[in-house]
Ligand binder design. Structure first.
Ligand SMILES: NC(=O)c1ccc[n+]([C@@H]2O[C@H](COP(=O)([O-])OP(=O)(O)OC[C@H]3O[C@@H](n4cnc5c(N)ncnc54)[C@H](O)[C@@H]3O)[C@@H](O)[C@H]2O)c1
Length: 347
């Protein structure tokens, strides 16, 4: 990648961010936020990566509120006990715990899975949420570029190691699910197959978008395999929108300033990250493709979940399987899937 392509990648990422903010504001003006209501889920077990902060924290709390046994998988040891205590207190659910898992280390991920499996628990929901954004060039313990290593490879390994437990825990019509948090920046991401580690020229924007595109492609492929093998597990990928969290700590100082001044108004609050939790709830179906976390999707034959009274529109990236330039893969187009959120959309 040249400095020119790096500048182009940064502009594209900021353009996506700005478009999302405008869309969020418009949506908020038109329809506000309708919190869905789900029935309690006391016998289900969920793992949420990065559940000590931001969207992961809100998701973990939301699932705990539904009565699930929630395991927070994270690398933030110092914060963990306080977070667990707070969630237990707020949700009156004692089954919330923290297990150390550093996604920047394959060894740590394997240890986490081993510890989890020793508990002999089922696993109904795996939320691949943890992530880093626009960090300076550095590598994981295993030598991978950090965005690619943590955001993508770490979750890839974790999902693969937990797939057997997910499969055993799911049942036809009541699938276990893998919910992966990607980002709309995947639309402008490019997979540089000749240099996945960004070693020739490092662009933090391109590296972040690349890792999020990899997660979308991974989910598409995983869902295809799960369907082909008839496994009672679904794979979904969600874009939380632009949310006011610490994820932005490494972005350009001007952006941080704007976030500080206007973030409370133009960004979503982190508690809206529970939208991710919405597609973790068992009565909503996993769906391939990037979707806003909405409760409208459901498994055939199941009663529909409460929904917003307004029409909805959701964009799904159509991933190209053709090479545009040697070594480079990009989403081909953006398709719009629209529908009504009324009962007629439930089928
Ligand atoms: N905030 C947004 O606007 C936004 C937009 C699109 C997508 N996302 C995605 O949402 C997800 C959550 O982000 P957030 O906004 O809550 O950010 P955040 O910084 O508040 O939380 C990120 C979490 O990931 C954890 N994490 C980071 N590196 C890790 C590692 N090596 N091992 C284990 N855990 C690690 C952190 O400890 C933290 O708990 C990310 O995947 C992010 O890319 C966020």
């Amino acid at each position: 990648m040249s400095p020119l392509s790096a500048a182009r990648a940064a502009l594209r990422v900021y353009a996506v961010g700005a478009a999302l903010i405008v869309a969020q504001l418009l949506r908020r003006c038109v329809r506000g936020f309708v919190e869905p209501v789900f029935s309690p889920q006391p016998e289900r077990v969920a793992i949420v990566t990065g559940g000590t902060d931001g969207i992961g924290y809100s998701t973990a709390k939301y699932l705990a509120k539904l009565g699930m046994h929630v395991i927070i998988a994270g690398n933030n040891d110092s914060k963990a006990q306080e977070v667990v205590r707070r969630i237990k207190e707020d949700t009156l659910n004692d089954q919330v715990e923290f297990l150390y898992c550093d996604l920047a280390s394959m060894r740590s991920i394997r240890e986490f899975v081993q510890t989890f499996k020793m508990k002999k628990l089922p696993l109904h929901v795996l939320v691949n949420n943890a992530g880093v954004m626009m960090v300076p060039q550095r590598t994981t313990e295993d030598g991978f570029e950090e965005h690619f290593g943590v955001n993508y490879l770490g979750h890839f390994l974790l999902t693969n190691l937990l797939l057997d437990t997910l499969q055993e825990s799911g049942a036809p019509g009541h699938s276990a699910r893998v919910v992966t948090v990607s980002s709309a920046t995947h639309y402008v991401g490019e997979l540089n197959l000749d240099d996945l580690q960004s070693s020739t020229y490092y662009s933090a924007h391109a590296a972040y978008a690349q890792s999020k595109l990899a997660l979308v492609l991974f989910t598409y492929h995983l869902q295809a395999l799960l369907t082909a093998q008839g496994m009672p597990v679904t794979a979904s990928v969600a874009d939380p929108g632009v949310v006011d969290t610490d994820l932005y700590r490494y972005v350009f100082w001007g952006t941080r300033l704007v976030k500080k001044l206007l973030g409370w108004w133009v960004f979503k609050g982190a508690q809206r990250g529970q939208q991710t939790g919405d597609i973790c709830a068992p009565r909503t179906t996993g769906r391939t493709g990037l979707q806003m976390a909405r409760p409208q999707m459901r498994e055939p034959g199941l009663p529909s979940t409460p929904r917003s009274p307004r029409p909805w529109k959701v964009s799904v990236a159509a991933i190209s399987t053709t090479r545009r330039r040697p070594g480079l893969w990009r989403p081909r187009t953006t398709q719009s899937f629209s529908g009504s959120s009324g009962p007629e959309a439930a089928s």
